[in-house]
Design a protein. Structure first.
Lengths: 468, 750
């Protein structure tokens, strides 16, 4: 039995946990404000909010309901456009959109309203999210976005005096959300949640990839949901080691203070990864086992020279270098009954430099043509260790072993980097596909490899010297 | 006035086809389409699919009682393939089942054997093999041959502009319900209710009056639902005809992307001749339009390409030819601009090529050749109320072009990794269906006895806010509160024989009909009111829900006049018909006056290219646009911004890719990218040009749907400008879209 609150209504359902939340909302509950645009999380028309209770505090995140398993709604507050509407008047977000002519055909509009409401419920100085990040996963084909931007500026201004300590009440008072929201934490607490136990079903973390491919098949199942499994969650720091649970989402990385300190540009790196809705769901483990040669998180953690901890169902664990995990196209070192538990890496110190680069046809919510990360340790003005990874250039997310070996012990100068780039070219084998021709990917690999050094060592490595 | 649908849209309460309440016994359809681009069908085995529990029936061409034909301009497109398939995604059968889910399971079990035939995917290849939709067409003025001989500069070149997926957020769909006596009511997401009605009748073998088509609204269309909404509506109706149960079919995104046509890719060659003073004396162009496997609207689109081959320039000697090339792609179709953008891209490319060769700024050539009052468009229409030069000069002045150009220059001098580019893009876009007989519309207006008003027109609401404009015309003309007026759905039983909502002309055509109808009603009510007040008709007007006598408010209310009119048995309903005057075109001579008027404007685009990564940002697009006397500037500006973003998308990131086997590879939203909030221009400034407006436009408020899309072409040339600033070896190419891939390769070409 799956139980949750949908808008203002308690839901108890025996539907398959693998059904998409979108189908449940539209077909079982006949709530037609949530639209079907693409069923692959790429348009945002089906955006809903998921409210999660944690120690009597509720936090809301936007997700695309087309690729979200119903089972994950268990114990949550799910909010659709219908649950945001006030009885009669437009709410404050809707008013700003209306005043600025920010709706034309209206099909994408509920998704925008829900995403923006997610923002007003969540934004804070700490999480570094801008209001336009909140709609990074919402596509509008009519307006050209300028009217929407005017509206979002206005909404941001309305939030200047938000009372962070009593934000739900403040938002109710200011006409952003209906008043039933104030009772939700209590009502969620009162639900006796049953743990969904479907060990035999397909293992699904949060489904951002599996549901794009197999939604129909999964909808017939009670799936084995691991996205909320507490043993797979969490970011811990000890003994110079950072360990991140495999079911940690990209948003959780992004909003982690300590990681932000360790990687000062974390925000700009991770904003290039998919959209906010997908970052709220997509997990590290999911990205690793998706095994795409262009997986952003694989590339990121390869360059951190990470270690994977893998659990067996018998309770034993083993550790392997992440560099050894991917073996061939979509083949990886995970045996029957095994599950990635966590990924860990040595916390960079002041002599460690890290950078992430990604180029895609569209800068946001797109799959890279080429992505790459690099970690360099410096000792006595020389590279003591280099760890560069490169995506989109081989059957697997590529760890550039030869290039890294070459760089070890070298000083950072233009000549060395140019030499390293030639080695890089010798260890990649890009193919032409919808993300670009192989020639382009080779050129881009060179450019982005150089970009790492220009970004990390601007005094030593200059654009003009590399290209003269 | 805001879009009257805003409230419902923002609350998720507006209804689209997929949202309407269905009858509980509704069945669901799904198309089985060709998995090959060309071949003979050897066999199709449906037995396993038919055996799936919940599958009701699988319809094929054999089940059609009328004609298996949905072609419009040319009867060359079967609803279901019979013996051969001509494109990947061509419908072969229609599975009807108790749920979409069951239908999908059944589809996976259909076995088809196809004996593959050679395929053509490019227009050039089609031309070489003589594969055409119809004979080529040519427009001509002056004598290019002689003129080239006298030119100081003559250049030739070639261009390619790729197709474009409409990506309406609402996919195609239809819901058909059996009514009594074999009648069928269809709710369709179509721009052309009459096209659907007519085609359903033909395929079902019944008369049009048996078929009612109702359109609530469309979740975007952009031309993609002008002709291509029809097939799905016909299939649902066909199933209803035989099963006597409601049938719904909403395409899933992947099926929609795979099976429907897009903007036409064009491969073109040009020859341009100029004299030393930069006057373009002669221009020859050959357009190869990749039409796909059937005509659809291709011949009409090809025609508009010819009309816009010279954009907003006056060129005395022009020779243009277009070939609609038959290939094994889904039939390409209407898309905002309707062939105009493809034509304009070529002339702009030719000018860029000439500028580059001569070594002058492109804008000097543009400026030297802008069309002026009483010049003749090369298809014979005399240009009047021309705003080309005015908008050009206004743009230069209002946005201080000199300063912008200087900023770009300075920036490029100071920066190595980043380069800026700038371009100007003028537009002149003709308003009217180029097929003169289509320029008509009707409105049916009821004043109910309580004084409220229902307005029906042939216009389809698809986000452009045409209903808001109709409402404005109605309530202003009747002198009543907008709250008293309701825009009805677009329905073939209320307004018949309509032209599709297309060509930017719908507000003009239907608005004029609404205006006429309201004026007739007001005349009748005036005569009632003046008897009530004992005054003459010339003394009174209706305003603010009241009767005004000599501009003074009387005590007489609108409702009271309506009540009295009822008692006097005065007709409170009116049906008006409007047909655009003046326009004509003689296809035997390819000369005439096809357009009611033109819309003008000029855009300045500035971009910044990251020459390390090959990515770019559009800094700003600054536009002076000819709205005429805009009746709703908020809505019209929204149309400009939206069209601009689509034009920029077409020129930059939207890349349709077909495999050599004719399979669509950009077949999902993860592989076909349209602009998101981060990729549109950082700044868009739009200044309405001061003009008189045009009497042929509704309330002098000019059509706005399509013209601004072509400002997006400016982005291509701005990027090109930035690339050239970085790479002195760069040889300008005219091959859109200018993706990050092409940018990076151009930056480093030797």
């Amino acid at each position: 039995m799956i139980q949750f609150i949908l808008n203002n209504k308690i839901i108890k359902t025996s539907s398959n946990s693998g059904m998409t939340l979108l189908d449940f909302i539209r077909e079982k509950e006949q709530l037609k404000g949530t639209k079907i645009g693409c069923r692959e999380g790429d348009c945002g028309a089906c955006t809903v909010l998921v409210g999660t209770l944690n120690k009597n505090k509720i936090s809301y995140q936007s997700i695309t309901s087309c690729i979200y398993p119903l089972g994950n709604a268990n114990g949550k507050h799910i909010v659709t456009i219908e649950g945001i509407n006030l009885t009669q008047n437009l709410n404050s977000v809707q008013q700003s959109l209306s005043e600025n002519y920010a709706t034309q055909c209206g099909f994408c509009t509920p998704g925008f309203v829900v995403s923006l409401t997610g923002y007003v419920l969540r934004n804070s100085k700490e999480n570094l999210n801008t209001i336009n990040d909140a709609i990074s996963g919402n596509i509008c084909r009519c307006t050209g976005y300028k009217s929407i931007e005017k509206a979002t500026k206005e909404i941001d201004e309305k939030l200047i005096f938000k009372d962070a300590d009593h934000q739900v009440k403040w938002l109710v008072d200011k006409g952003f959300i209906p008043d039933y929201f104030t009772e939700i934490p209590k009502r969620l607490n009162d639900i006796k949640i049953q743990k969904l136990n479907s060990i035999s079903g397909t293992i699904v973390a949060n489904g951002t990839d599996l549901y794009v491919q197999f939604a129909d098949k999964l909808s017939e199942e009670n799936i084995n949901l691991i996205g909320e499994e507490s043993s797979l969650k969490g970011i811990t720091f000890s003994n110079k080691i950072c360990t991140i649970g495999a079911s940690t989402t990209v948003t959780e990385l992004l909003e982690n203070d300590r990681l932000q300190n360790i990687f000062p540009k974390l925000n700009s790196f991770l904003k290039l990864v998919s959209s906010q809705q997908i970052r709220n769901m997509g997990t590290l483990g999911g990205n690793f086992v998706n095994a795409s040669p262009i997986g952003d998180m694989s590339i990121f953690f390869l360059a951190l020279n990470s270690i994977l901890r893998i659990n067996n169902k018998n309770g034993t664990t083993r550790e392997i270098s992440f560099q050894k995990f991917h073996q061939d196209y979509k083949k990886f070192d995970l045996k029957e009954g095994e599950l990635i538990n966590s990924v860990s890496f040595l916390i960079p110190d002041k002599n460690t430099f890290f950078n992430f680069e990604k180029v895609s046809k569209r800068s946001h919510l797109d799959i890279a043509s080429v992505n790459t990360a690099g970690r360099i340790n410096i000792k006595n003005n020389r590279i003591s260790n280099a760890y560069f990874s490169l995506g989109g250039v081989a059957a697997i997310p590529k760890f550039l072993t030869k290039t890294n070996d070459f760089l070890n012990g070298k000083t950072i100068d233009t000549k060395t980097i140019k030499q390293a780039e030639r080695i890089l070219q010798s260890e990649i084998s890009p193919i032409s596909d919808v993300r670009g021709t192989f020639n382009y990917k080779r050129l881009l690999a060179k450019q982005l490899f150089f970009a790492h050094f220009i970004e990390l060592f601007p005094k030593k490595i200059k654009f003009q010297n590399l290209f003269s | 006035m805001k879009n009257i649908d805003s409230y419902g849209h923002l609350r998720g309460e507006s209804l689209f086809v997929d949202d309407i309440i269905t009858r509980h016994d509704t069945l669901f359809g799904l198309v089985f389409d060709s998995p090959k681009a060309h071949g003979k069908i050897i066999s199709v085995d449906y037995t396993k699919a038919e055996a799936v529990k919940g599958v009701i029936k699988i319809f094929t061409h054999k089940d059609i009682l009328g004609e298996n034909q949905i072609g419009g301009i040319i009867q060359d497109e079967p609803l279901f393939a019979e013996n051969e398939v001509h494109f990947w995604g061509q419908p072969i059968a229609f599975i009807v089942a108790e749920s979409e889910f069951i239908a999908k399971k059944a589809r996976a079990l259909i076995n088809i054997e196809i004996d593959e035939l050679p395929i053509i995917t490019t227009a050039k290849e089609a031309k070489e093999k003589g594969s055409f939709i119809n004979p080529p067409r040519s427009f001509k003025s002056g004598n290019t041959q002689n003129s080239f001989a006298e030119c100081d500069y003559v250049y030739e070149g070639e261009t390619f502009s790729n197709g474009q997926e409409h990506l309406y957020l609402e996919t195609q769909g239809s819901y058909a319900v059996p009514m009594e006596n074999g009648n069928i009511k269809i709710t369709s997401s179509t721009q052309g209710p009459t096209i659907v009605q007519k085609t359903v009748a033909k395929v079902l073998g019944v008369n049009m009056h048996k078929i009612e088509v109702d359109v609530i609204r469309l979740g975007g269309a952009f031309g993609g639902k002008e002709d291509q909404a029809t097939a799905w509506a016909v299939m649902t109706a066909l199933a209803v005809q035989q099963l006597k149960k409601p049938v719904k079919y909403i395409l899933n995104r992947h099926d929609d992307l795979r099976m429907t046509g897009k903007r036409h890719p064009y491969e073109s060659t040009f020859k341009i001749g100029l004299t030393k003073d930069l006057k373009i004396q002669a221009f020859e162009v050959e357009f190869l339009q990749n039409s796909g496997a059937a005509a659809d609207l291709s011949p009409a689109i090809a025609e508009r390409t010819l009309f816009h081959a010279t954009n907003s320039y006056f060129i005395p000697n022009v020779m243009s030819t277009v070939y609609s090339c038959k290939t094994n792609l889904p039939p390409n179709t209407a898309f905002r601009g309707f062939g105009g953008p493809q034509g304009m891209f070529v002339i702009e490319s030719a000018i860029a090529k000439a500028a580059n060769e001569i070594g002058v700024n492109k804008r000097l050539i543009q400026e030297a050749n802008l069309i002026a009052e009483n010049d003749e468009f090369y298809y014979g229409q005399i240009a009047t109320q021309v705003e080309a030069q005015k908008s050009w000069l206004a743009t230069k002045e209002e946005f201080n072009l000199k300063r912008l150009e200087k900023e770009v220059k300075t920036f490029n001098k100071e920066n190595l990794q980043f380069k800026k580019g700038i371009s100007l893009m003028p537009i002149a876009f003709g308003i009217s269906f180029t097929n003169t007989p289509m320029n008509h519309a009707r409105a049916l207006i009821h004043i109910y006895q309580d004084g409220s008003v229902g307005v029906s027109t042939g216009a389809v609401e698809m986000g452009q806010s045409v209903n808001t404009k109709m409402l404005q015309v109605a309530y202003n003309t009747l002198g009543i509160s907008p709250l008293k007026v309701k825009l009805e759905t677009t329905n073939t039983t209320r307004v018949a024989n309509t032209s599709p909502t297309a060509a930017s002309a719908t507000a003009d055509l239907n608005g004029k009909a609404v205006l006429q109808a309201c004026n007739s009603l007001i005349e009748r009510l005036k005569s009632v009111a003046c008897k009530m007040l004992s005054v003459t008709e010339s003394e009174i007007i209706f305003k603010e829900d009241q009767v005004f006598v000599n501009n003074k408010k009387s005590d007489l209310l609108w409702e009271e006049v309506v009540t009295q009119a009822m008692l006097e048995r005065v007709a409170l309903s009116e049906n008006a018909h409007y047909a655009t005057p003046v326009i004509h075109f003689d296809k035997t001579k390819e000369k005439g006056h096809p357009f009611a008027y033109h819309v003008y404007g000029t855009a300045i685009t500035t971009v910044t290219v990251d020459c390390l990564r090959g990515i770019y940002e559009i800094d700003a697009v600054k536009i002076t646009h000819d709205f005429g006397k805009s009746m709703n500037l908020g809505i019209d500006v929204g149309q400009v911004e939206g069209a601009l973003a689509q034009g920029i998308g077409w020129m930059t990131m939207e890349e349709i890719v077909y495999g050599k086997n004719g399979q669509l590879l950009s077949n999902s939203l993860s592989s076909y990218k349209v602009p998101d909030i981060f990729s549109v221009a950082n700044k868009v400034d739009i200044i309405p040009l001061e003009t008189q407006g045009n009497d042929m436009a509704i309330l002098k408020s000019k059509a706005v749907g399509e013209p601004p899309l072509m400002y997006g072409i400016g982005t291509y040339f701005a990027i090109q400008d930035a690339v050239a600033a970085f790479n002195p070896n760069y040889k300008p190419k005219f091959h859109s879209p200018f993706t990050p891939e092409k940018v990076l390769i151009s930056l480093y070409e030797k």
